[in-house]
Design a protein around this ligand. Structure first.
Ligand code: CTP
Length: 401
């Protein structure tokens, strides 16, 4: 959810500031870009150097830096997709409420164009004080989002409410809020991608030329739009950019079958883009096969068709298959919709001019179960992933009236 988000973290002078190094790391792990601004008193609790190393960005704590260059708070606030103030002391809450603008954090707050999340932190009685409560209410009324303080032991030794929410909880809170506003919030999506490898012996296998690129891009696109995504991925060099995609690595068609059947039960949408091996060696030699004979005959047996099996298990799920053909693509695609009980199928062809496998570009058509057909132009696989997700959203809207 926070992948590619630009987050401006404003740190004010409370003891919880020491947790901000960890907070920055968690945000970055989620794929966010983080810039830090601090009040002068915050620098007594955690050094700008630490935060600069962790955020990989310059940290600003004064209006002017040591070379007397002006740090432009307006540009910093404009840059941000969201602003997080953590910890926010009682003093800072009061300044935010009244518009006092005497340090870089309060200046950024007043210049904010994006959502501001505020994680208060102070001692028990300060948190309970009617003035603090009134300030928090005003800030909320003004459109800010308050991340409630937690209970526990406070710096004073008192026990009660007032601790800054733990960094993990702050990140989860923001993620939940951000994803709730995305188009696929609350949807669970299963994607499979890549080839499968079927072992002949410990060193050799039967595989295919699929790179898994389109499926990985699809998983990213679903996730960027707020879905909870499980990607069952065969051997592939590609991996999703969005760290929120849950990846299950598999190698064989059997492993992919089990992982997909398992994830399908909880899914709302399933898109099966993997190039699953249709056959596997009947016997798998435990030892490496020596080249003693002039000919080697391998006996193959059919693998289970994952998509067809999900078509049988389907209840409320929207099921999307892929078809890679060399001839009669649309006809074969239509047949596969019926045969495998699909809602949609993405058809592509492989030829010398459109190799599909391994390339960054492709030409696809999407057919739905009512035989509606949309042909897309030759374009990048990243754009194709977007087109497929949009087609699924449109189909789903039509189905639900
Ligand atoms: N598929 C699957 N399990 C298999 C084989 C295919 O889930 N063992 C899925 C693919 O992921 C794809 C769809 O079935 O979504 C169509 O795959 P494709 O290879 O085009 O067709 P097949 O059904 O295998 O039939 P054929 O190879 O004869 O065209």
């Amino acid at each position: 959810m926070l992948h590619n988000k630009k987050i401006l973290l404003g740190i004010t002078g409370g003891i919880a500031a020491y947790k901000c190094g960890h907070l920055v790391r968690l945000l970055i792990k989620k794929g966010a870009e983080v810039k830090v601004v601090m009040t002068p008193s915050a620098t007594k609790f955690v050094t700008p150097e630490t935060l600069s190393v962790l955020s990989k960005n310059q940290v600003v704590s004064e209006f002017f830096d040591t070379n007397l260059n002006w740090n432009n708070h307006v540009h910093l606030a404009e840059w941000a997709d969201l602003i997080l103030i953590a910890p926010a002391t009682a003093n800072t809450l009061a300044k935010f409420t009244t518009g006092v603008c005497d340090n870089i954090v309060t200046a950024c707050y007043l210049s904010a164009r994006s959502k501001v999340f505020i994680a208060p932190a102070m001692d028990l009685d300060m948190y309970q004080h009617p003035t603090t409560k009134a300030n928090l209410k005003t800030l909320e009324t003004n459109g800010n989002i308050i991340i409630p303080a937690e209970s526990g032991e406070l710096a004073s030794g008192l026990i009660g409410e007032g601790r800054m929410a733990e960094p993990e909880n702050i990140v989860a809170f923001i993620e939940k809020h951000v994803s709730a506003n995305l188009p696929l919030a609350g949807k669970k999506v299963l994607v499979n991608a890549g080839p499968t490898y079927e072992a002949i012996d410990p060193v050799r296998f039967i595989g295919n030329r699929s790179s898994g690129k389109t499926g990985v891009l699809l998983a990213d696109e679903f996730c960027n739009q707020g879905a909870e995504v499980t990607l069952v991925l065969g051997p592939s060099v590609h991996k999703p950019k969005n760290p929120s995609v849950k990846v299950i690595h598999v190698e064989t068609a059997d492993e992919m079958f089990n992982a997909c059947v398992d994830a399908f039960k909880q899914s709302d949408i399933a898109v099966l883009s993997a190039a699953v091996a249709d056959y596997k060696p009947k016997e798998q030699s435990i030892e490496k096969i020596k080249k003693s004979e002039t000919e080697l005959n391998l006996e193959l047996t059919k693998t289970k068709d994952i998509l067809a099996e999900l078509g049988k298990l389907k209840s409320k799920q929207l099921l999307v298959g892929f078809a890679l053909e060399t001839t009669n693509a649309i006809e074969y695609g239509k047949e596969k919709i019926k045969k495998k009980n699909l809602d949609l199928i993405v058809v592509n062809t492989t030829s010398e001019t459109n190799p599909a496998f391994g390339s960054d570009f492709n030409t696809v058509s999407i057919i739905d179960k009512h035989n509606n057909l949309v042909n897309f132009e030759f374009k990048s696989k990243a754009e194709i992933a977007k087109d497929i997700v949009e087609a699924i959203k449109t189909f789903s809207k039509k189905q639900n009236g």
